[in-house]
Write a new protein. Sequence first.
Lengths: 158, 257
Amino acid sequence: MTIHPIPQVDLNTVVGLVKVVEDVGGREDVYRLAREVNYEFGQILQVIKAAEILGLVDTPGGDVAVTDLGRKVLKSSILKRKELIREQIRKLPIFGSVLQMLQRTEEGRADRDVFLEAFALFLPEEDSERLLETVIDWGRYAELVGYNDDSEEVYLNP
Amino acid sequence: MGEEPRIQAPLLEFDGVSYSYEGEGHHAVVLDGFNLTIQEGEFVCLVGPSGCGKTTILRLISGLLRPRAGAVRYRGEPLLGVNLHTAMVFQSFALLPWLSVRANVELALEARGVGRDDRVKRAETYVDKVGLDGYEAAYPRELSRGMKQRVGLARALAVEPELLLMDEPFSALDALSSANLRDEVLLLWQDESFPGNSVLMVTHIVEEAVAMADRVVVLTSHPARVAADIRIDLERPRSRRDPRFIEVTDQIFSLIV
């Protein structure tokens, strides 16, 4: 099993980034963008990376440029946006791995520690807790997985 | 028969409204002979310096405060109690931490006397509408600020208010999340299935008001007065780089400073 990490950012900021870049003509210098939205450079890079793996922006030569898909998302209703982004999230390898782990369990649910351990083993340089939080957040958004905070279990979205 | 044809009353009207806070040894006049009218279907933004009485105005509209003098009229009738035609989105989200997303939305409906089956159905509808499908069982502590404010929005919309009140709804969010939420609130408002179609939003960010509103009402403080009432005729979505956007933004800044 291989697990690829995802940037630990909120999807609201990802779509917000696409919106802000589109508002200034669809392409912007990364440094200037960071200044405009009052983000630290490292922070904005994470958001850009997330938008890039979701296919919403490209990063040609130090700039951020909105892709056709990014533009399509902005022109869509809230539900359609969710549908488009959901399709992108479903393609990310980390969700393939997480779903596979859940499908191997009897009831399609597993303790959070199972994932923390797997992330720690395969991605020792990542903060497992934060990565799991993001996986749960994006997984909920994509309606792939749910999480019960009382029993601390991740489950397959029925 | 015998009914005289009348001009339809505005949705909301402040007619010579005065309000002051009385404390031990001090007396702060917030509003003094304040006038403001909002028509049905308008998206109005109130901008002004902090402490200029914007929140007091929202509380008078929701019926949580009563004017000391003058009248607040809703569809021509003086407001005498809680205004059930309005719902509020708060800056601080105001969610109950021990309740799930779904339960937070349902609670607002329960408080308005909506029956159980209808509550469940409506909560589901509005959670879905604001893009929170999949988060129903989450607790507020598990959500980002942007997602929390979506819950705040779902809760207010589920009440199906005629007039949606928003008190600095994006000011607790970072610039990117707020850009997204602003955009999505406009999408909701422009959608035919938006319950009610009138919005009154308080903000201290001039660009935000110009980006969103049909009318920007600029207030001065102590006591609050309308310094200008500016119609924004630019088509949406609006670009901050549009010279007309910049012009009207500068005009409003010059009134505030």
